[in-house]
Ligand binder design. Sequence first.
Ligand SMILES: C[S@@+](CC[C@H](N)C(=O)[O-])C[C@H]1O[C@@H](n2cnc3c(N)ncnc32)[C@H](O)[C@@H]1O
Length: 240
Amino acid sequence: MKNTSSYDNWAKVYDLIYSKKNYKKESEIIKSIINKNKRSNGKSLLDVGCGTGGHIKYLHKAFDCEGIDLNKELLSLAKKKIKGIIFHQRNMINFKLNKRFDIIICLFSAIGHVKTIKNLKKTLKTFDRHLNFGGIVIIEPWFTKKAYKKGRLDLTTYKDEDIVISRTNVSKIKGDIAILDFHFLIAEKNKDVKYCFSRQELGMFELKTFLKIMNGVGLKSKFIKNGLNRGRGLYIGVKK
Ligand SMILES: C[S@@+](CC[C@H](N)C(=O)[O-])C[C@H]1O[C@@H](n2cnc3c(N)ncnc32)[C@H](O)[C@@H]1O
């Protein structure tokens, strides 16, 4: 399978870059949303765009988890982190697993990577096809165009005794797509400082459009403003 992931250059430092992200707390919020909204009886969970398995690490005791991601390297880190979980290298737009789940989650704006409305429709149909009746889908979107701050300067750093990382970008926009050009400097003990570049292109979908598509594929859907990360919210759909 062709790997078109924009995480190729920095997969190995992904967990360090996001070391301050509170996956444990986010997973508790996800659990309570599942408990309030899910109508099916089972507890199978698919994390789509699971990355290194940050959420599965905290969800796999309560649910029977599997993960999907496009990036091979992130998946191999997930496999190392959480033993005994099935991870698939698949594209969220059109994957076929020949089974259905009670819960599908797609968090930390992974959905933005599908970029276009056409792909978003395909992706949501794919999610719906993999859900049991009464099953729940929880999607944390990327920012809407209105909420996205063009020209914003970002700097993320990480430092320990063995490695120092800086990641900078200036938020750009092209039509309905947010362009994040990440420039990395990575210094490891006893090695030269390395530079690498990674472009992320993320579709900015309007709330009304997103909900219309979710409802259209057969998911009774709503949006909650206070989700996991500020400014993003969560879409919650239950299969009718
Ligand atoms: C911001 S990361 C989020 C990862 C993880 N959910 C987390 O919270 O750390 C987005 C993830 O989506 C994955 N991804 C991007 N495009 C994808 C696609 N078309 N199908 C499956 N995964 C994809 C990337 O490889 C990456 O792991």
